[in-house]
Design a binder for this molecule. Structure first.
Ligand code: UD1
Ligand code: CA
Length: 466
């Protein structure tokens, strides 16, 4: 982790008022998620790392949604742009809330890959060059949709032309604007007041402060960025998935550097909100979603799906298991094809085998449910062995009922426990039983079994020839 300087004389302005028309969504664009985290959250976290004096966020379209999502951090001011008349108009709405700073850093809410290190370099370059306006640019293979940077024969920036206003020749320019600027506070609003809107979109373009600054004899600079993917703006869902892929590589790389083994990383999804310990092994095709936390030494996969799952240390989750809102104790083993549903809480060294489903149940240390069972609304003690195909019948069609199982209970295969029912510690239940009454500890409990007959002269059918 590189430590950044702090910028107490810098104000950040985040533009997030646009409709995001190209997303075709009822949700504000900046609330769309990249690996489980809203775009605006990435951006606010990134600019926070600069420790600026304050952050102004311009919202307009669906602003209530955005505010409700972000809440009210102490140094954050909300600014409303009623009509989305352009990026320049958006920044102008911040005039009242930006006070007593040297520079204003303007960023867009739709660039989640942006790094604080890059922003820090932009501000430092801007200050070292004594510029009035510095724009962060990128040399890209496909400049489509971005504003192109125009330079004169000496290489000085002369302006920025938007895709829709550009001539064919201008469209061939490969250097584009990231939409990110550092502007001296004492010139910014002067320039914004001078903006016009006679362009293809009839908008007040922020990029037009560049020629305006030059006419007013201010110095304008451009800083090309090193890692151009940082500036990718999400305007549609194709870009959303591109950004997600890039973010995924970054997140997996970070975990690998912190002691996590990821097999076939291109097949794995690890959301931004997930936490992993050291010596964790994530095998191919795993999905780790939401608030999932995985303790040291766990092995997960292949093709396991974990949603808001908490695993203590040294847990093994075998192939194709699905764990959702469940806690798993240290050393436990799940699957293959295990399913833990919300409210499953497993103690240390519990074994849950193939095709076993557990819901809203506590299973204590060392108990084993190894094959083809359903355990729902159950409290199970330690050291139990639940035979193959056993089921807690927890639902009468209207209400759910609990099953209580003590310690050291042996349940024979294919037993049905009709809840509410209690099985005391040390009980043994014979295979195939249907248990409707409480079971005593000790001895053997079993329900009546149907008679077994033998038909001696019976022949196996043979296949007809046609
Ligand atoms: C913008 C830039 C372009 C740059 C590109 C980088 C302008 C005119 N164009 O284009 O030079 O290459 O970003 O990604 O600045 N917004 C408002 N209010 C408005 C309009 C927009 O807050 O009235 C916000 C949007 O929510 C968005 C940001 O400003 O976060 C950029 O707007 P967007 O429509 O995405 O502009 P681009 O076409 O991407
Ligand atoms: Ca954009």
């Amino acid at each position: 982790m590189i430590s950044l300087p702090e910028y107490p004389d810098l104000q950040v302005c985040v533009l997030a008022a646009g409709r995001g028309k190209r997303m075709h969504s009822t949700q504000a664009k900046v609330l769309h998620k990249v690996l489980g985290r809203a775009m605006i959250d990435y951006l606010l976290h990134t600019v926070e790392e600069l420790r600026p004096k304050g952050i102004a966020v311009v919202t307009g379209h669906a602003s209530e949604q955005v505010r409700a999502h972000v809440g009210q951090p102490a140094n954050l001011a909300w600014v409303i742009q009623d009509k989305q008349l352009g990026t320049g108009h958006a920044v102008k709405q911040c005039e009242e809330v930006i006070r007593d700073v040297r520079d204003v850093l303007i960023v867009c809410g739709d660039t989640p890959l942006l790094r604080s290190q890059t922003l820090s370099e932009l501000v430092d370059t801007h200050r070292n060059n004594d510029a009035a306006v510095t724009v962060l640019t990128a040399e890209v293979d496909n400049p489509f949709g971005y504003g192109r940077i125009k330079r004169d024969s000496d290489g000085h920036v002369t302006g920025i032309v938007e895709e829709k206003d550009a001539s064919d020749e201008e469209r061939r320019i490969g250097e584009v604007s990231s939409g990110i600027y550092c502007v001296r506070h004492d010139v910014l609003f002067d320039l914004l007041h001078k903006l016009g809107n006679s362009n293809a979109q009839g908008e007040y373009y922020l990029p037009d402060i560049v020629p305006l600054a030059l006419t007013n004899n201010h110095r304008v600079d451009a800083m090309p960025m090193r890692d151009v993917v940082e500036m990718i703006g999400v305007n549609n869902r194709v870009q959303l998935s591109e950004v997600e892929d890039l973010m995924q590589r970054r997140i997996i790389h970070d975990w690998q550097m912190q002691g996590v083994t990821v097999e076939k990383p291109d097949t794995v999804r690890i959301e931004a909100t997930v936490n992993l310990g050291v010596d964790v092994v994530i095998q191919a095709g795993c999905y780790l979603i939401g608030s999932t936390r995985i303790g040291d030494g766990c092995r997960v996969g292949p093709n396991a799906v974990l949603v808001d799952a908490w695993l203590d240390d040294d847990v093994e989750v075998f192939a194709f298991s699905h764990i959702h809102s469940a806690n798993v104790g240290a050393g436990a083993q799940i699957g293959p094809y295990g399913r833990l549903r919300p409210g499953a809480v497993l103690g240390e060294d519990v074994h849950v085998g193939n095709f076993v489903e557990i819901k809203n149940s506590v299973v204590d240390r060392g108990s084993k449910i190894n094959h083809l069972s359903y355990i729902g609304d159950t409290d199970m003690g330690s050291g139990c062995n639940i035979g193959a195909g056993s089921i807690t019948c927890n639902y009468d069609g209207a209400n759910k009922h609990r099953t209580h199982i003590g310690d050291d209970v042996f349940v024979g295969s294919d037993t049905k426990l009709i809840a509410p029912v209690e099985v005391n510690s040390g009980a043994t239940i014979g295979a195939g039983s249907i248990i409707t009454k409480n079971v005593e500890s000790g001895g053997l409990t079993l329900s009546e079994r149907p008679d077994q007959r033998h038909v001696g002269n019976w022949r196996r059918p043979t296949k007809k020839k046609d």
